[in-house]
Design a protein around this ligand. Structure first.
Ligand code: ATP
Length: 515
């Protein structure tokens, strides 16, 4: 999979739509920007991803339990969490094109261009000097590279200072000084920079009753924090313990793009782990390790993951990193792991007047636990799986196929049962087989079109096995079973089908790698 492969992303978007994975939302009305619907195959893949996460987090960990909190929460929640005052992005409009941008992203894109220049310079020198080339030395001494590197440092410093002090005029001045132009129109006619809060608000109750402004939750985490004591007491949980949740979150992103990577409505899978103060770094490192292993067990290629440690920490965090994945647009954040100290629970204590503490029987004292969280976007995970699974293959006979090499346990359908023809009792026999298998596996039935065409359609949605029912089946109860990845076919007894399919598609095989 190549970096920055726009073409690949386009192909994936088209494939996802053609094969019932992801549709633009309300498409008959020309869609709604940055909102997508998961189709008949997409929802299965998504559910399987949730199952993999939930089982690894909750079912396999005695000390982690799950909840499902409501999307609407008391408005003070968002005051306490800091989202009302500080969940902002700096936005800027271009007066000529009337297009809106994130001011920090315009500057980051400018920096990326300078980085591109450095890379070009290095690539040119590599070519020129061949085997003798010492890359590190070149980067440390070449005047052009050094000049560009200094430029990056100075831009970053100015941006950081402006954003941290809330001096938005200085951010605008930076854009003007760098002569950054609107990427679409080329115009440099910019408005001032404004802070834009990313929370969606709405009203609860009829206006006559005295309406209350409430927010659609921008993260699932706060539903866990406000339930900390409920779960700790009713579940008789002892520190360290975790609470996990899967649910929708909403952010009014200034520019939402890149398909399901950045949407305004998306789904998060978060786990907040409550620990004794002072032990958080140990748990932070443990969770970094656990989470990267969970990703790697999917088999999407270890080289496609990397950690990105945060240098600029949020005021409440004492350590944070992202797990980045090599998406078609390059390495980008897939999951965040944050050591959030006692910031959230303390803030909720202050705003609610309720104690949110743990009585430690060993130390015989109360304390507010510290929190280490893991937070992954389900939609980004879906895109990671889809983009690494998508494969175009040229076959030996010269023909081509598109196959989704989705990990078998995650595939929307596990097996397609295909009667060779529509007559002679073959469909009835096929349905008999489905009636046996459907309790354990999602099965797909199809009798239309030539068998080769049907195989191709199953390849395109990632079905690990195709089972063909033919005339011999009626005589000796055997079928052919075709493997998606190597396309090899084998004749086996119907009574062995369940075992063979189970060996490949059972989610247990993924989970067992985690021990
Ligand atoms: P980004 O820097 O990409 O905006 P973030 O750092 O704001 O992400 P977090 O607040 O840490 O993200 O949220 C946790 C996870 O939720 C992210 O790692 C990502 O997978 C997912 N996520 C965040 N925003 C979106 C979005 N707009 N669309 C889809 N997934 C998202």
């Amino acid at each position: 999979m190549a970096n920055n492969d726009d073409n690949l992303l386009k192909k994936i978007v088209a494939h996802a739509k053609e094969y019932g994975f992801v549709f633009p939302s309300s498409e008959i009305y020309d869609g709604l920007s940055a909102a997508y619907d998961y189709g008949q195959n997409g929802v299965q893949l998504k559910n399987n991803l949730k199952e993999y996460w939930w089982k690894a987090m909750v079912q396999m960990n005695e000390e982690i339990v799950g909840i499902d909190a409501s999307i609407f929460m008391h408005p003070t929640t968002w005051k306490a969490s800091g989202h009302v005052d500080a969940f902002n992005d700096p936005l800027i409009d271009n007066k000529d094109s009337k297009k809106r941008y994130r001011a920090d992203v315009l500057i980051e894109d400018y920096i990326a261009k300078i980085e591109g220049k450095i890379n070009k310079e290095v690539a040119k020198a590599t070519k020129r000097f061949g085997d003798d080339f010492d890359k590190d030395q070149f980067i440390a001494t070449n005047p052009n590279v050094l000049r560009n590197k200094e430029k990056i440092v100075s831009i970053n410093e100015r941006m950081k200072k402006g954003l941290e002090s809330g001096d938005l005029e200085s951010i605008r001045q930076l854009i003007i000084d760098l002569e950054i132009a609107d990427p679409i129109s080329g115009s440099k006619n910019w408005t001032e920079v404004r802070q834009f809060n990313l929370m969606f608000s709405t009203e609860m109750g009829s206006v006559a009753d005295g309406a209350n402004t409430i927010y659609l939750r921008p993260e699932t985490a706060q539903g866990i924090f406000v339930n900390y004591l409920n779960v700790q007491k009713t579940g008789r949980m002892r520190i360290p313990f975790g609470i996990a949740q899967i649910g929708k979150a909403f952010r009014n992103e200034i520019i939402a793009r890149q398909f399901i990577f950045r949407m305004r409505e998306f789904e998060q899978m978060e786990m907040q782990f409550f620990v004794k103060p002072g032990e958080e770094m140990e748990w932070y490192n443990k969770w970094k390790n656990t989470r990267i292993n969970w990703h790697k067990a999917l088999g999407l290629g270890e080289e496609n993951y990397r950690f990105h440690d945060h240098l600029n920490l949020a005021h409440y965090a004492n350590a944070a990193c992202d797990i980045e994945f090599n998406f078609p647009m390059g390495f980008k954040e897939l999951e965040g792991i944050h050591s959030r100290t006692d910031f959230d629970l303390k803030a909720h204590e202050e705003h609610s007047g309720k104690k949110l503490q743990f009585f430690d029987p060993v130390e015989n004292k109360n304390y507010v636990p510290y929190v280490v969280e893991t937070s992954i976007g389900l939609d980004r995970l879906f895109l990671a799986v889809l983009s690494s699974a998508y494969t175009e293959e040229k076959l030996e006979d010269g023909s081509e196929r598109v196959v989704l090499r989705i990990p078998a346990a995650l595939a929307p359908n596990k097996v397609a049962i295909l009667p060779l023809t529509k007559k002679d009792g073959l469909p009835e026999k096929a349905r008999e087989i489905i009636d046996e298998l459907k309790y354990d596996f999602t099965c797909f039935y199809e009798e239309k079109d030539a068998i080769g065409k049907r195989y191709r359609r199953q390849d395109a949605i990632g079905t690990p096995y195709c089972v063909t029912v033919d005339h011999q089946t009626l005589e000796d109860n055997t079928v052919t079973i075709r493997d998606r990845d190597n396309m090899l076919q084998e004749r086996i007894s119907i009574s062995d089908l369940g075992t063979i399919i189970g060996q490949k598609v059972d989610i247990k095989h993924l989970l067992k790698q985690l021990n």
